[in-house]
Ligand binder design. Structure first.
Ligand code: 5GP
Ligand code: ZN
Length: 116
């Protein structure tokens, strides 16, 4: 149903689809969400295609959550939010729309979405 060949995030990893990168290492990529719920809204993904939390390998879990604090600090420094929420949707019913595991980092601002 959700074919790896059609995966938008795999195409972002390969560079076939452009993205605004926030952080990258050998295993992980973080980039700005195309639809910014708040300023600096970022997605952290493993470079390997794993659909969701049920498929996520221990190694990818480690890589993603090791990178998350670095990404959070980069967002904090760049956009000066007052807080950040981490969110992860698994399954269509739970709001997952791209079937390549990702964690949202959602910066929070005292007033509104930060775009002011
Ligand atoms: P989900 O709803 O699966 O938790 O989150 C998927 C997210 O991917 C959405 O917030 C959506 O805006 C974002 N997204 C979908 N397509 C693209 C794209 O081509 N580029 C970027 N940067 N983000 C995308
Ligand atoms: Zn993928």
């Amino acid at each position: 149903m959700h074919k790896k060949e059609d995966c938008i995030f795999c195409k972002i990893v390969s560079g076939d689809i452009p993205s605004k990168k926030v952080y990258e290492d050998d295993h992980v990529l973080a980039f700005l969400d195309i639809s910014q719920v708040t300023k600096g809204h970022t997605l952290v993904i493993p470079k390997t295609h794993e659909e969701n939390i049920y498929e996520l390998s221990s190694a990818s879990a480690e890589h993603v959550f090791k990178a998350a604090p670095k990404v959070a600090r980069a967002i904090k420094n760049a956009f000066l939010p007052e807080g950040i929420n981490l969110l992860n949707n698994n399954g269509e019913l739970a709001g997952q729309s791209v079937f390549h595991f990702h964690v949202h980092l959602l910066p929070r601002y005292g007033k509104g979405d930060g775009f002011g």
